[in-house]
Design a protein around this ligand. Structure first.
Ligand code: CAO
Length: 220
């Protein structure tokens, strides 16, 4: 953490934050969670949030690139190896779900369960932490609303999720209703990615998350 975060602190980072309507995903998860738990698979919001990242990266591949330390070479990565920051007994570890672009949401859930069990036991092998191309930090699993995530070099983008909260919202008729809201905070390497690209990526990701049914149109 000392080495990686010191290196990260030298990179000019662009921050971008937004609010996400989680109503449909909360409903979808409660439907699928019971079914998956029968097969022993824990199903949180993360598998869907991770898949939505991959679907959005298809349209914004620069966010899935890596750069060398002096930022003279940028490599666009074909695989979406999405790292997930884990709070483990050994401290912060960021294993990654490999080739998310080829995986179903179910397969991502199974892989996340595997990584979480190994992380909790302090037994994550180096292969699971190597070669991440994008990172996510679900700090909302612990609490909080916003975070300023820091890049994990050589990757150039990271997102942090706050806690899903129940809040009062107005519907399209102007009537008050119960809403589920989550905040997302992105950071990107501003040497290679401009802010508008981060905003467009975030909008596309947010659209998938707010309308999870739309994801099936773009899944392979
Ligand atoms: N808002 C509301 N509920 C949340 C939530 C959020 N943002 N994130 C998780 N939950 C819920 C889950 O849905 C699950 O609910 P059920 O018990 O009803 O199924 C429960 O909290 C436990 O989830 P989890 O933590 O086991 O699973 P996850 O896939 O959501 O997250 C992991 C996995 C590894 C990301 C998380 O456990 C973790 O370690 N988070 C901390 C990350 C961290 O330390 N970030 C800082 C890095 S920089 O120092």
């Amino acid at each position: 953490m000392v080495r990686t975060m010191t290196e990260s602190g030298r990179i000019p980072q662009f921050g971008y934050k937004d609010e996400v309507d989680m109503n449909k995903l909360v409903e979808l998860r409660s439907l699928l969670k019971t079914r998956l738990s029968e097969g022993g698979v824990a199903f949180s919001y993360m598998p869907v949030l991770i898949k939505a990242v991959s679907l959005a990266l298809v349209h914004h591949p620069v966010l899935n690139s890596t750069v060398d330390p002096d930022c003279t070479t940028i490599t666009y990565r074909a695989d979406h190896n999405v790292g997930v920051a884990m709070d483990t007994p050994l401290g912060l570890i960021v294993p990654n779900v490999k080739r998310v672009q080829e995986k179903s949401v179910y397969e991502i859930a199974v892989e996340l369960n595997r990584l979480q069990s190994l992380g909790a036991a302090g037994q994550l092998p180096p292969v699971d932490t190597a070669d991440g191309t994008f990172s996510l930090s679900n700090i909302g699993a612990i609490g909080g609303t916003y975070a300023n995530p820091m890049l994990l070099p050589p990757s150039v983008a990271i997102g942090a999720f706050g806690r899903v909260k129940v809040v009062p919202r107005f519907d399209s008729e102007g009537d008050l209703e119960r809403g589920h809201v989550m905040h997302v905070s992105w950071a990107a390497d501003h040497r290679v990615i401009d802010g508008a690209e981060v905003a467009r990526f975030s909008n596309r990701w947010k659209n998938y998350v707010e309308n999870p049914a739309s994801m099936i149109l773009d899944m392979k």
